[in-house]
Each structure stands twice: as structure tokens, then as C-alpha cells.
Write a protein that binds this ligand. Structure first.
Ligand SMILES: [Zn+2]
Ligand SMILES: [Zn+2]
Length: 357
């Protein structure tokens, strides 16, 4: 791998290629007159930061879609039945009055005091939230130099829970705390919504259709060099040196453990039935969002996983086009799971195009 080459700690650099491969295979089958229907390939940017699919759903890109297929890199192969976590992201900014830190601090109103009081409040609150809920924050600006009372501070805050309905009250509390911190530090505050995503509505029927094809494809086999590479990654990250997990995991019923991740596929899954696939592109139990995933995504371990995803998505798409009964059962299950819930995207305003670095 070349230094400075593209890569991603969650394997997202492999998303598009694998999905496009499956879409092209379907298009070729259609051109040859072997299957009938429409295949739509959607490139979906900013999955890790702004969750662009939410805007794409709102814009109606899935309105004419019957069933959606998605995949995500992992360190095992499975027809994924995890719901993931719903989340909401917002920015809190505090604005005060700059002053000399020693000569005239009484003229200053410190935005970073508010920031510290705010995060202290959040951390006390952690004791009283549901065990399933997560709160994260990232300090983006806490002042620049030691000799100035900072007049500006900024942090990015995220609240998550496997259920959106349980996440929302915690979000309201965490948001309200910003006002408390601003009052204590005698500064102004501003809250801006960034984005929010639903938990994923799983589809067991669709998952079983995918599982059948994963078993048909069989395991990914690795060379001795690849297994050694995997073990070296595990050694370097302090994990047991067990190598690769290229076998297909047994199909799980709807997973009672939602998992720790969140995905904007969640919003898609409340509008159209979704089938999600997980494919191994890294050694077993590799630390995620880390250099270790990037390293494997740029060599044959990642490439094998990517091609495997193409095949699994492609074969399952063929089944969906050819099997009306399967489509109906997937759609019926979707309607049943969704029930009377009305989907409402948790975003306002246009997508932050140009701000996705
Ligand atoms: Zn990811
Ligand atoms: Zn990720």
C-alpha cells in the first residue's frame, strides 16, 4: 500500500465498488433478457459524518424502490440482523467576552468555562441514563491560548440508543444542559442540529434469503500470507492471534444485542425493506475505526471481502427479481414490523454539501 493512499477505518472505501459490481451484473442479466425489472444503484456519501442517506430518503430517492440491498465490512460473514443504534448529532457553541487572563480577568466571560461546566453536567448525568444509551462529545474549540479568557467554545455532541423513542428524551435533557452551563458562565449559547438517524428495521425473511446465498458461496479462503498478515495485525493490536474468520456465521433471529454501530441505512429501512450483509474484510475481532481496518482494506484480504460482497448482493438480487413470493413475504414483514410508526426524518435544512471533510 502506498503511503497516503486512500483508505477508511470502517472499510467504507469498499462500499461503492462491491455494490456497483452487483448492480452491473444485474444490468447485464437484464440486457441479456434473463431477468426483468429495474435496478437502481445509489452512491451514498458521508455515511460516517452527516449520514447523507437521510437527505436522500427525504428527497424521495427510494420512493420507487421495492427492496433495498446494503452491505457493511466487518470481521465475519453474516446476514446481518442487528438493529444498530439510533442517534442524533448537534453542535453546541458558547460565546462570551475575551479579556487578558491575568491583567483584567474580571472583564472576561469565559466560553471554555461554559464548555467545562457543560461536559461536567453530561458526565454526572451518565449515572442516570438508560444502560443502553450512549452520550459522546468531541471538543472542537476550547480556546486557543493560555493568556486570553476564551470568548468562543464549540463541541459536537451525540446521543444514541437502540430505540429512537428512548434516545429522544435523553437528547432533550442533554440539549437543555447547555442553557444551564451558559447561565453559570454568563455567556450566550447556540445549538445547531447536525443530523439524526433511525435504528435499522431488520427483515428476517430478507436476511434468510441472504443467508441461503452466503451458504451457497461458502467461506472465503485465505492464503498463508494473508493469515500471517491477519495474525500480525492481531498481535499489533493486542488481540488473540486467531487469524481470519472467513466462514459464514449461523443465521441469528433478530439480534437482542443491537450492536454498537449506527448507520443511515436505518432511515432507508423505515421506508423500504432492507437486507443487510456483513462481510469479512479484516482479521477476526480487529479494533474497528482503526488503522488495522485501513491496512486490510488496501490489500487482498479487503479485496476478497469486497468481491464476496458483490457476489452475495448480486445473487440475492437475482432471487428477488425472480421470486415474486419472496418479494411479497419481505414486504409483508416490513409492513408488520413498521406498524403504525410514521417515519419523520430528524434533519432540517439542506444537506451540508461542501462541509464533508
Ligand atoms: Zn461503517
Ligand atoms: Zn464506522
Amino acid at each position: 500500500m502506498n503511503e497516503g493512499a486512500a483508505g477508511h477505518g470502517c472499510g467504507h472505501n469498499m462500499f461503492g465498488t462491491a455494490s456497483l459490481g452487483a448492480a452491473i451484473a444485474i444490468k447485464e442479466l437484464m440486457d441479456a433478457g434473463k431477468i426483468k425489472g429495474t435496478i437502481k444503484f445509489l452512491g451514498t456519501p458521508a455515511e460516517e459524518k452527516y449520514f447523507a442517506k437521510v437527505w436522500m430518503v427525504k428527497a424521495g430517492l427510494w420512493d420507487d424502490v421495492d427492496i433495498n440491498l446494503s452491505w457493511h465490512p466487518g470481521s465475519t460473514i453474516e446476514a446481518d440482523q442487528q438493529t444498530g443504534l439510533s442517534l442524533i448529532d448537534f453542535i453546541v457553541e458558547f460565546s462570551g467576552q475575551a479579556a487578558h487572563a491575568s491583567m483584567d480577568p474580571w472583564n472576561g466571560r469565559s466560553a471554555s468555562d461554559a464548555l467545562e461546566l457543560y461536559t461536567t453536567g453530561i458526565n454526572y448525568y451518565r449515572e442516570h441514563i438508560l444502560p443502553t444509551t450512549r452520550i459522546h462529545y468531541h471538543i472542537q474549540d476550547g480556546g486557543q491560548v493560555v493568556n486570553v479568557v476564551p470568548d468562543y467554545a464549540k463541541l459536537w455532541v451525540r446521543v444514541r440508543d437502540p430505540k429512537r423513542t428512548k434516545m429522544l428524551p435523553t437528547y432533550e435533557r442533554v440539549k437543555a444542559m447547555a442553557e444551564g452551563a451558559a447561565i453559570m458562565a454568563n455567556v450566550d449559547y447556540k445549538i445547531s442540529l447536525v443530523s439524526g438517524i433511525y435504528e435499522t428495521l431488520v427483515n428476517r425473511t430478507g436476511g434468510m434469503a441472504m443467508q441461503k446465498n452466503l451458504e451457497l458461496l461458502g467461506p472465503i479462503t485465505y492464503t498463508e500470507e494473508e493469515i500471517a498478515f491477519g495474525k500480525a495485525i492481531q498481535k499489533a493490536t493486542g488481540k488473540p492471534e486467531v487469524g481470519m474468520a472467513g466462514g459464514v456465521k449461523p443465521f441469528k433471529e433478530t439480534d437482542p444485542n443491537a450492536g454498537g454501530g449506527s448507520t443511515d441505512v436505518g432511515d432507508v429501512s423505515w421506508n423500504v425493506p432492507n437486507i443487510n450483509l456483513g462481510v469479512s474484510v479484516a482479521p477476526y475481532d480487529t479494533p474497528w475505526h482503526s488503522w488495522a481496518v485501513v491496512a486490510c482494506g488496501g490489500m487482498s484480504i479487503g479485496h476478497k471481502g469486497m468481491l464476496h460482497a458483490t457476489k452475495a448482493l448480486g445473487i440475492t438480487a437475482v432471487d428477488l427479481f425472480e421470486n415474486q413470493k419472496l418479494r411479497t413475504e419481505i414486504t409483508e414483514e416490513f409492513k408488520q414490523r413498521k406498524g403504525s410508526e410514521v417515519y419523520e426524518p430528524m434533519i432540517d435544512g439542506p444537506p451540508p454539501i461542501g462541509d464533508n471533510k
